[in-house]
Design a protein around this ligand. Structure first.
Ligand code: PLP
Length: 393
């Protein structure tokens, strides 16, 4: 499916549907008439297979408590194996109403008050909140930015662990917002350092399926034939891949039996809710029959990203665009074209765009913006056009 066909089939108006991205602009940005390029969901309907499965479920008319059927496990396990080479076992799996919710649980379950939790920053801001809101000590290690391409300073990473007696590292793989898909070598080094110092790793792999050509997402759990899986929790979801965030369904994978027991004991104390019947129905259908849709979506993301790159490189090459290896969120360094402290005034008030501002992701992000590419090209064209014209280009 090409970009035009995908948009023709799936693009939809979201204003007036209680969409956080569009209908909460006033509340979140103080302005209801912006181009919504912020939060990570899309202006596209879910795959037909998902809608069919949901319709069937709704036709039945009963929404009582539900449990996870074997057919769901089969679909998810098959997807993980085929796409990522990870052979997940049913008994390793747990569920939550969101990846972020699960992060809070892990911090609470596996660390104590005031203990240190490490993040590689800039990183998705709820990671910061999950550490701070739970009364843990937030330790950050800055990624190294070389002209927009980010890498990890492994010595600094190890030093952060040792100096702060870090107990838990929350990894973002692929990485939001800098768009990196970590290589096998990088993951091996990170995981080896964590293993050496007894640091538990939570790997947020929610963007696992959103990877550009030439890159490959490798689940941390299979690095070195599973060498690190024992001290690792993987959390993922169909929500980014298939635009299902509002159905509140995400998956937790814990291989180590002892860790699983500790996790189960913890979630008892917060009375983990049952699974969402519609979320699970949608997820199973997506994993079974969502491939064609996903291929179309990836074409749209690539097209939008190329549009931004081409126009900005041509007319405002001072803006540095981080290479998009994974996720559908692009990271722009605006510091060469916008004066310090003026990013909001420029992007929001003059260009009329609602973005995720870089400083939300950590102090290193000041002067950067994150733009969402999982949308119709007309919104991306408008946003880029507004940026360039307001720069006088
Ligand atoms: C890295 C990462 N983790 C988690 C989430 C949100 O997950 P959930 O909606 O399941 O809490 C996002 C959303 O953008 C994300 O980028």
């Amino acid at each position: 499916m090409n970009v035009a066909e995908f948009c023709e089939r799936y693009a939809v108006e979201r204003k007036g549907t209680n969409s956080l991205k569009w209908d909460a602009l006033d509340v979140r940005f103080g302005d209801p008439d912006l181009i919504a390029a912020w939060v990570a969901d899309m202006e596209f309907k879910a795959p037909e297979a998902v809608l069919d499965a949901l319709h069937e479920r709704i036709e039945h008319g009963v929404f009582g408590y539900s449990y996870v059927p074997d057919s769901f496990y089969e679909a998810f396990i098959d997807w993980e194996k085929r796409h990522h080479g990870y052979e997940v076992k049913k008994e390793w799996m747990r569920f939550s109403t969101g990846v972020v919710t699960a992060l809070y649980w892990f911090v609470n379950a596996f660390t104590k008050l005031d203990e240190s939790v490490l993040l590689l920053t800039p990183v998705y801001y709820p990671f910061h909140n999950a550490v701070k809101d739970t009364g843990r000590k937030l330790v950050t290690c800055g990624l190294v930015n070389e002209n927009g391409k980010y890498h990890i300073d492994f010595d600094a990473f190890e030093k952060s662990i040792v100096d702060n007696d870090v107990k838990l590292f929350i990894q973002c793989s692929p990485h939001n917002p800098v768009g990196r898909v970590w290589t096998e070598e990088e993951l091996t080094t990170i995981l080896s350092i964590c293993k050496k110092h007894g640091v538990l790793v939570v790997s947020d792999e929610i963007h696992q399926d959103l990877v550009m050509e030439g890159h490959k997402h490798i689940p941390s759990a299979i690095i070195n034939d599973g060498e690190f899986a024992d001290r690792l929790i993987t959390v993922t979801a169909p929500s980014k891949t298939f635009n299902l965030a509002g159905l509140l369904t995400s998956h937790i994978i814990i291989e180590n039996e002892q860790l699983r027991a500790e996790f189960d004991a913890y979630v008892k104390t917060v009375n983990q809710t049952e699974v969402n019947i519609l979320g699970l129905t949608a997820a199973e259908a997506a994993y079974r029959r969502g491939q064609e849709w996903l291929d179309g979506l990836l074409a749209v993301i690539r097209y939008n990203y190329e549009h931004v790159k081409q126009h900005i490189q041509e007319k405002a090459p001072e803006i540095i665009i981080s290479p998009l290896e994974g996720t559908y969120l692009i990271w722009l360094d605006m510091r060469n074209v916008i004066e310090e402290g003026q990013t909001k005034e420029f992007i929001q008030d003059r260009c009329r765009i609602a973005v995720d501002f870089g400083e939300w992701f950590g102090s290193e992000g000041k002067g950067f913006i994150r733009l969402n590419m999982a949308t119709e090209p007309r919104f991306v064209e408008l946003a880029v056009g507004n940026i360039l014209s307001n720069l006088g280009k």
